[in-house]
Ligand binder design. Structure first.
Ligand code: HEC
Length: 134
């Protein structure tokens, strides 16, 4: 039931900002929303950043919470995204190291408000719930 309510309200965060709009206006130029692994390999040289489905999966797999608490996992992952898009860094990226080598570090998206960073973080987490990158 808890899960369901998250999904129903996924696009508009608590602050009333639509995370998908934030994504489309600020991230989509570099991060493709949905693509298969095969297409990614085929079009790799044209991509400017890892596809968002891959970013979401990579963060979710890398962040491990003792006791597998879903709510804490979601909170911590979104908190990381919020911080990373403001202060991207070679010191603590979680993407595939080969991807960072290839694309370089992401340019900071420091023009976004806290509410926009929260909303896009929630969107990245919930958009790919149960969707596999394959
Ligand atoms: C100019 C291109 C560009 C734009 C615009 C951009 N990104 Fe990125 N992003 C990258 C690249 C390149 C990487 C991979 C290197 C890295 O991790 O820094 C990346 C990586 C990431 C990561 C993974 C961080 C990690 O642990 O490595 C997240 C999360 C992310 N982007 C979120 C966003 C969000 C949200 C937006 C929009 C608000 C956005 N990006 C806009 C280029 C971009």
């Amino acid at each position: 039931m808890k899960k369901l309510s998250i999904l129903l309200f996924a696009t508009v965060s608590l602050f009333g900002v639509d995370g998908y709009e934030v994504y489309k206006n600020n991230c989509a130029a570099c991060h493709v929303e949905m693509i298969t692994k095969a297409e990614t390999l085929k079009t790799f040289n044209k991509l400017k950043a890892p596809p968002m489905i891959e970013v979401s999966r990579q963060l979710k797999d890398t962040i491990i919470i003792k006791g597998d608490d879903d709510e804490v996992h979601r909170f911590v992952t979104i908190a990381f995204i919020k911080e990373y898009i403001k202060n991207p860094s070679l010191d603590y990226f979680m993407c595939n190291a080969g991807a960072v080598d290839h694309f370089g570090v992401m340019p900071a998206q420091s023009h976004l408000s806290d509410a926009e960073r929260q909303a896009v973080g929630e969107w990245i987490y919930d958009r790919y719930d149960g969707v596999e990158f394959k």
